[in-house]
Write a protein that binds this ligand. Structure first.
Ligand code: GLC
Ligand code: CA
Length: 574
């Protein structure tokens, strides 16, 4: 039998997501930066991380906080320099931590030199052919070329001017300042080949590839068919059959794969990877398609991130990714939080969180129900203990180890997310999961977020931190041996000890009423998502209480019940 521990690092790695702007600010201007990350590497290492995924840190006007790239070959000046980046890569490497970058191929910034050149060039020019420029409809071209909507609100088309000799429109799936690139143009593919080469040469081991769903369009750009009456404004885009999950996109990914493999062949010592980001929830056929051998290594499984706290929903959320692993060998990429989603502590603390219908495919939809944060944090611990046992990569998002909740009461004039502004505040957007991290209890340094000025002063943090944020800081939680942080640390160790040697194979099975049960080799994990303690059916589970190696809450000695909202790991010695 093959040695199960000899697999590429990215089959079962722990990857810590750093939202650069909000992680740590080493020069005191209120904005996170690369040196700040370097100063906090010990914390990331203490969780057992194998790699860090950096949210985009390329030069950018920051209108979508780096997802609007104006130059793919440099570092954003607020975050540092290429030298700072190199220093981060080597400091991480010294701790055995790899760096993944975030690649944004679907669109660039309207300040990217290509787009600036396209505006200056004529209709039909090669400069415009890197984007989707089209003439408008109507007598004077005053109407958009079709009815497509932008993902963050408004039309997907923007007219560049009213010039009767030009007056073309360009397509932008997210916001007008993120024009879509046309990947059927070979120049676009060539650009990304060069981007790979540039960052791989700097020691980056792979990429999280952004927004793969909307890359590639029907060549004729036909009108989107009518959507159902209940479709939310931010969902319309994702139901457009002519712009979402298109075969044209897969052509682009095959080119990416070829570029990555070409680099890999010239550097056989490297194990490079790319993971695709798209909301393919409950659509396993899509994950299979994106992870065909000529495309991505893996694709996020967002099912568990969006599932309600409900037995059958949790089971269902694991089954598709595990089935894909079984049939194609593609390791799942599990995650419970990211920079686009309401934090799990708030989400699972909501009074409707246990209702199967509160499942949503919309990453931005927020339930308005009240949240019990202590309950949500307890459930988040149970969820973390579940995913740490599963085969595949784990993507943790900064602050989940502190049990940070979503910050909901940000004043409108401090909100930054284009989702909020483009919908006139109808959607509150994603700022609440991007609040600068609390490291200490010292309010005068934005809770340790900002450091580095000789006079000790600090700039205002780019998003306001709520009162009491220091109670959730690393320093405060360390002192109290807080349950969430200490569980995350134990999980890293327990995973290394008991899960890493298990096969890349797991099954969800019937472990008795009320509980979710998963078996992976000699590891059995049981979750009780119900509001009551449950007497475990040890015979059916095939375990005994002396095999417990971890529990997300304290257990009663001598009892064989699992408390509510708790996860237990059992490991048999055979
Ligand atoms: C992805 C990113 C999100 C960004 C969007 C547009 O969904 O995760 O933050 O706004 O793509 O690039
Ligand atoms: Ca800074």
């Amino acid at each position: 039998m093959a040695d199960e521990t000899q697999r590429p690092w990215w089959h079962d790695a722990l990857i810590y997501q750093v939202y650069v702007r909000s992680f740590a600010d080493a020069n005191g201007d209120g904005i996170g930066d690369l040196d700040g990350i370097r100063s906090r590497l010990d914390h990331i290492a203490s969780l057992g991380a194998d790699a860090i995924w950096l949210n985009p840190c390329y030069p950018s006007p920051q209108r979508d906080h780096g997802y609007d790239v104006s130059n793919y070959f440099d570092i954003h000046d607020e975050y540092g320099t290429l030298d700072d980046f190199d220093a981060l890569v080597s400091a991480a490497d010294a701790r055995g931590i790899k760096i993944l970058m975030d690649l944004v191929p679907s669109h660039c910034s309207d300040e990217h030199r290509w787009f600036v050149a396209a505006l200056a060039a004529a209709p039909g020019s090669p400069e415009r052919a890197r984007f989707y420029f089209r003439d408008g409809k109507g007598e004077h071209g005053e109407e958009p070329p079709n009815n497509w909507q932008a993902a963050f609100g408004g039309s997907a088309w923007t007219r560049i001017n009213d010039d009767p000799n030009d007056g073309q429109w360009y397509l932008a799936t997210f916001t007008p300042y993120q024009p879509d690139l046309d990947h059927t143009n070979p120049e676009v593919g060539q650009l990304f080949t060069e981007i790979f080469e540039f960052w791989f040469d700097r020691g980056v081991e792979g990429f999280r590839v952004d927004a793969v769903a909307g890359t590639g369009k029907h060549p004729d750009l036909p009108d989107q068919p009518p959507v159902g009456p209940d479709t939310g404004v931010l969902d319309i885009t994702w139901q457009n059959p002519y712009s979402v999950f298109r075969e044209e996109g897969h052509e682009a990914w095959r080119h990416f794969r070829a570029s990555l493999d070409d680099y890999g062949q010239r550097h056989p010592d490297r194990e490079l990877m790319m993971v695709a980001e798209a909301y393919a929830v409950r659509r396993p056929e899509l994950i299979k398609k994106f992870t065909e051998p000529d495309q991505f290594d893996q694709m996020f499984s967002f099912d568990l991130m969006l599932t309600p706290w409900h037995k059958e929903s949790i089971e269902r959320a694991m089954q598709d990714p595990l089935e894909i692993l079984e049939s194609t060998g593609t390791p799942p990429a599990w995650t419970l939080n990211n920079h686009d989603i309401q934090r799990i502590v708030t989400r699972l603390g909501r009074s409707d969180a246990d209702q199967p219908e509160s499942w949503t495919n919309n990453n931005l939809a927020l339930s308005g129900a009240d949240a019990d944060l202590a309950l949500g944090e307890r459930r988040s611990r149970a969820m973390a203990a579940l995913i740490f046992a599963l085969p595949g990569n784990l993507f943790l998002y900064q602050g989940e180890e502190f049990g940070l909740p979503e910050v909901l009461d940000i004043p409108a004039d401090r909100r930054e997310d284009p989702v909020f502004h483009r919908t006139d505040g109808a959607e509150i957007g994603r700022d609440g999961c991007r609040i600068p991290m609390p490291w200490t209890t010292d309010a005068a340094t934005s809770y340790g977020f900002s450091t580095g000025r000789a006079d000790g002063s600090v700039g205002e943090p780019w998003l306001p931190q709520p009162d009491g944020w220091g109670d959730r800081s690393l320093a405060a939680l360390d002192d109290e041996a807080a349950p969430t942080l200490s569980l995350y640390r134990r999980l890293g160790d327990t995973r290394a000890k008991f899960a890493a040697s298990q096969p890349m194979h797991a099954t969800v099975f019937d472990g008795g009423p009320g509980v979710v049960a998963v078996r992976r080799g000699s590891l059995v994990v049981v979750v009780n998502p119900s509001a009551e303690a449950v007497e475990l059916d040890l015979g059916r589970l095939g375990v005994s209480m002396d095999q417990v190696v971890l529990a997300s809450e304290p257990l009663d000695a001598g009892s064989s019940t699992i408390p509510s909202d708790t996860t237990i790991w059992f490991v048999s010695s055979d």
